[in-house]
Design a protein around this ligand. Structure first.
Ligand code: ZN
Length: 422
């Protein structure tokens, strides 16, 4: 299955440049036009060939030069042509924009969102979201905040997958799970698919017929008077993961209880959602295959605070969050890809609040910054280098020194188009 979003594709113009050939036309395969905001930048370099006065390889390509200030204090001059970063020496520069007053970063990632709703209660209580306008508004909110890669970890139905048909400039890079799967009684009623354990592999195979690139399994759930129980045993999960992987899909598992994390990790899942009771041994196993962990501490605190203080549920989540605080600094050493996610506890676009909270939990701000900017966990074509999609976010200060600066993006460029002008 081809990856969603921009995974791995070189734009046709750049592919031609790499081969040393000129394309017969300038139209990109996606039909993007040079954005007006860029095309009308100060044109001090118009009619000059190449950034350094050298004749470019493909003289037909006209690009805008962005002068950027990077986090380490260094400067970067990079050109934008039809939604892609290109080497300024390979194109005709027609206009430049000095963005040196900001710090440029490559964009944020929300690795646990749900486009199907605006908040936890609305997700649970409301009918399935089939309003494309609402889905688009949530995607726009993410973009305007600088969130340029979003993993949707599932919905009540598959309806939010409609976003996959939107133009790339209008949505973040999307990595979506469709309707979630749980055993009967193993999740909110009337939510997602209820699957008997012996039917899980078949249900996963059915899921793989949708355009969703992820499969979401609810691994455990509290039962009244009993506590949190696993929905599926380890062998059942392992078979389900095998089916999903054979179809090129990745598997994310929801777990807040004590037992499911270890069976899910042993079963080969790609991403652990919440994972309050992961163990150090689980981190080693998950990290050995570069697996993801999205602890969503803000969402877990939200859930805990919505329960009666002193109740069993609130106590268990509290213990779990203490375990998370202990494990956070160990994840990186183990090779685990630690990621930030909103999970409806905060509004679409507010994933920076999770990064801020992770620092308050004791994670170093460098690690928290990596967790919120690790778009490469999902997308091959990201980064402030030629050949990558022209995505960038401008912030007011170095986020490693001031993580809260990520809460207020000053400018957002998405595929060469200003979503938010600096
Ligand atoms: Zn969730």
């Amino acid at each position: 299955m081809p990856p969603c979003g921009l995974g791995g594709r070189l734009p046709p113009t750049l592919a031609a440049l790499a081969r040393g050939t000129e394309l017969p036309t300038l139209r990109s395969s996606r039909g993007q036009k040079l954005p007006a905001a860029l095309a009308t930048g100060q044109s001090s370099r118009s009619a000059r060939w190449g950034h350094n006065g050298k004749r470019p390889l493909a003289s037909l390509f006209v690009a805008t030069l962005l002068k950027l200030n990077l986090r380490d204090g260094s400067r970067l001059d990079i050109a934008v042509e039809r939604g892609w970063f290109v080497d300024p020496d390979l194109v005709r520069i027609d206009g430049e924009i000095d963005l040196g007053g900001y710090v440029a970063i490559g964009g944020l990632v929300d690795a646990h969102a749900h486009f199907g709703a605006d908040g936890v209660r609305s997700m649970i209580d409301s009918p399935p979201e089939d309003d494309l306008a609402a889905l688009r508004a949530r995607a726009t909110a993410q973009l305007e905040a600088g969130v340029l890669t979003v993993a949707d970890k599932g919905g009540k139905t598959d309806e939010h997958l409609a976003l996959l048909a939107e133009p790339l400039t209008d949505v973040p890079n999307l990595h979506m799970a469709g309707a979630m799967m749980a055993s009967p009684g193993g999740y909110y009623p009337n939510f997602g698919l209820k699957v008997e354990p012996q039917d899980l592999s078949t249900a996963v195979a059915d899921r793989c017929a949708t355009p969703a690139s992820w499969v979401k399994i609810v691994g455990d759930w509290p039962r009244r008077e009993v506590g949190v129980l696993e929905n599926f045993d380890g062998a059942t999960l392992a078979r389900a993961v095998e089916v999903a992987h054979a179809a090129g899909r990745k598997v994310a598992i929801h777990t807040m209880g004590r037992d499911a994390p270890s069976s899910a990790v042993a079963a080969g899942v790609d991403s652990v959602e919440h994972g309050l009771f992961l163990t150090e041994a689980d981190l080693e196993t998950l990290g050995a295959r570069g697996g993801h962990w999205v602890p969503t501490v803000v969402a877990m605190e939200y859930t805990m605070n919505s329960l009666r203080a002193g109740s069993t549920g609130a106590r268990v989540i509290g213990e779990g969050l203490e375990n998370v605080a202990r494990l956070l600094p160990l994840a990186e050493e183990a090779g685990v890809v630690l990621l930030t996610g909103t999970d409806l506890a905060v509004a679409h676009g507010e994933v920076a609040r999770e990064a801020v909270r992770l620092v308050e939990y004791g994670l170093s701000s460098r690690r928290a910054f990596e967790a919120i900017t690790r778009r490469s966990a999902f997308d091959a074509v990201t980064g402030l280098v030629p050949g990558m999609a022209a995505d960038l976010v401008l912030v007011g200060a170095d986020p490693v020194d001031h993580i809260e600066t990520l809460l207020h993006a000053k400018g957002v460029l998405r595929n060469g188009r200003w979503v938010k002008r600096p």
